[in-house]
Design a protein around this ligand. Structure first.
Ligand SMILES: [Cu+2]
Length: 161
């Protein structure tokens, strides 16, 4: 009888010590899941724009295209025209892609972001967008390319004025 008593006591002690833990760990798991999902949706809201090779250089766009971008003049105060040319991997100019850009000052977030603006296609098949440089300092252009409504490329260019 004594052995049974100790055995039951042991079982009770074990279950008592274990019971609170699953409840706590479940709670902890739940809050972690919440953090994870909010971090994931945060990533959806703020896509990343890797730095592109400089103006005039080939920038790979997926495996099927590349682009070359440039400006009508050295960046300074006033209106700057950004030009983007898109080529197939065979080097043939392509005008089937939608090009957009947002420009702003990384050190003054929210101060003068232009918002995402669409480039206009010229007769020569160049994508053109005027960008207003409203103050000296650090600037960044964030480029987005879409094919059939889907983003196929994001890239950025940083420069000082
Ligand atoms: Cu500023």
């Amino acid at each position: 009888m004594k052995r049974w008593f100790f055995f039951i006591l042991l079982l009770v002690a074990i279950s008592l010590s274990f019971l609170p833990f699953p409840a706590e760990s479940q709670h902890g798991h739940k809050s972690k899941q919440g953090e994870n999902s909010s971090a994931a949706s945060g990533a959806d809201r703020a896509p990343t724009y890797p730095s592109m090779p400089g103006p005039g250089k080939k920038v790979p766009v997926g495996s099927d295209y590349y682009l070359i971008y440039g400006f009508d003049r050295k960046p300074k105060l006033g209106t700057l025209i950004m030009k983007v040319e898109i080529f197939t991997k065979e080097g043939k100019k392509d005008t089937s892609i939608e090009v957009k850009a947002d420009a702003g000052m990384p050190s003054m977030k929210g101060a003068h972001e232009t918002g995402e603006q669409p480039f206009k296609l010229s007769k020569k098949g160049d994508y053109l967008l005027p960008i207003n440089i409203v103050m000296p300092g650090d600037w960044e252009v964030r480029l987005t390319l879409l094919k059939e409504g889907k983003v196929i490329f994001r890239g950025s260019y940083q420069f000082d004025v």
